[in-house]
Ligand binder design. Structure first.
Ligand SMILES: Cc1ncc(COP(=O)(O)O)c(C=O)c1O
Length: 364
């Protein structure tokens, strides 16, 4: 039996998602004791102690299914954001919500407009349902609203915009956000992915949630994987029109957010000190890395996120592979649509210094 014969046509040639190297893989393969992983934009501060405590307490009940409606997390988040509880949808990471959007709203051949390069979940998930992916080249590492709107046609179901954008770290301004909303037909969804919004310090960054009242086609995505430091537990959420949420609920698997994840996320929302510290560590690290990479001639792209894209190929060969040999895992831009670049997560001061030291050694 060749199972390729019975698989759906749309998935046969899909690449399998490559998450990059794992800490244990690197230890084994390169015989290094200490590994620094700055490849997946996780929070180097770690999770909030309140989240850790909540997980410990929730462990005793792990023989019970979780609350499928995430009632407690929903209550706390709706209060924090000032939105009605029925505007929230929770997912096993934002990644799952992207899946649900395609499942609920896309027939094969329907168009999904997105930047190029962009976050791979948008196009890989779209391809699984046979969506027609319409790529709009980035300009200066950012989205171009008019060109994106120009790519919309009658088959378009949604436009995907990460802001800050992965892998570039650029944002869309309030004016750009408003132009996209005003220019989209009301039946085309704007998926506004704010996975890194808590790190942004640019005053031009829009407060997206109040726009939901006027634009029922806006879907804001956020996650507990980044600044909240809970990537290993998988919780993300959408804020959207109740009717959109209702459609997504119909394709959501029951119990998709596990018990420990719900407890951790609800507790993390209460820890403003952890959020503040994470922001500070990132701001300091971002400044240090930008200055040092600039000094080394690596041309870092100005970022509003907790990662930084920079160019190296005019100075050295395969930098990601050479850093790996030293026990430092970064994301090679070749896998992200930027060959010759690296996407580096901002780490702790010690991690940042170690990376810069290693790069300096390799380049000289
Ligand atoms: C832009 C963007 N959106 C969504 C995600 C997925 O986050 P989650 O861990 O919530 O699935 C990521 C993770 O890297 C991301 O960079």
């Amino acid at each position: 039996m060749d199972f390729r014969d019975i698989a759906r046509e749309e998935i046969k040639d899909l690449p399998v998602y490559s998450p990059g190297m794992d800490i244990d893989d690197v230890k084994r393969r390169y015989g290094v004791e200490e590994v620094i992983k700055l490849a997946s934009n996780e929070n180097p501060v770690g999770p909030s102690p309140l989240a850790v405590g909540a997980v410990h307490r929730a462990v005793a009940d792990m023989s019970l299914y979780p609350d499928s409606s995430c009632a407690e997390l929903r209550r706390r988040l709706s209060e924090k954001l000032g939105v009605e509880p029925e505007r929230l949808l929770f997912g096993n990471g934002t990644d799952e919500i992207i899946d649900l959007i395609f499942l609920a709203f896309f027939n094969p051949g329907d168009g999904a407009v997105m930047g190029d390069p962009t976050f791979s979940s948008y196009f890989l998930t779209g391809m699984t349902v046979g969506a027609r992916i319409v790529y709009v080249p980035l300009r200066d590492f950012g989205h171009h609203p008019e060109e994106m709107l120009g790519a919309v046609d009658e088959s378009t179901r949604a436009l995907f915009v990460g802001t800050p954008h992965n892998p570039t770290g650029t944002i869309c301004t309030t004016a750009e956000f408003e132009r996209m909303l005003a220019g989209l037909p009301p039946e085309v969804i704007l998926v506004w992915d704010e996975a890194y919004c808590e790190y942004v310090d640019d005053p031009e960054y829009p407060q997206s949630i109040p726009y939901l009242e006027r634009y029922p086609n806006l879907v804001v995505l956020r996650t507990f994987s980044k600044i909240y430091g809970l990537a290993g537990l998988r919780v993300g959420y959408a804020v959207a029109d109740p009717q959109v949420v209702d459609m997504l609920e119909r394709v959501r698997p029951p119990f998709n957010v596990n018990r420990l994840a719900q407890a951790a996320a609800a507790a993390a929302l209460e820890d403003s000190a952890h959020l503040e510290k994470s922001r500070e560590v990132n701001a300091l690290g971002k400044r240090y890395l930008a200055e040092e990479l600039d000094r080394l001639g690596m041309r870092p792209v100005p970022t509003q996120a907790n990662f930084m894209l920079f160019r190296y190929d005019h100075l050295t060969g395969n930098l990601a592979a050479r850093l790996l040999e030293k026990g430092i895992i970064v994301r090679d831009g070749a896998a992200l649509g930027y060959p010759g670049y690296i996407r580096l997560t901002v780490g702790t001061p010690e991690q940042n210094q170690a990376v810069i030291g290693a790069i300096e050694e390799i380049v000289s």
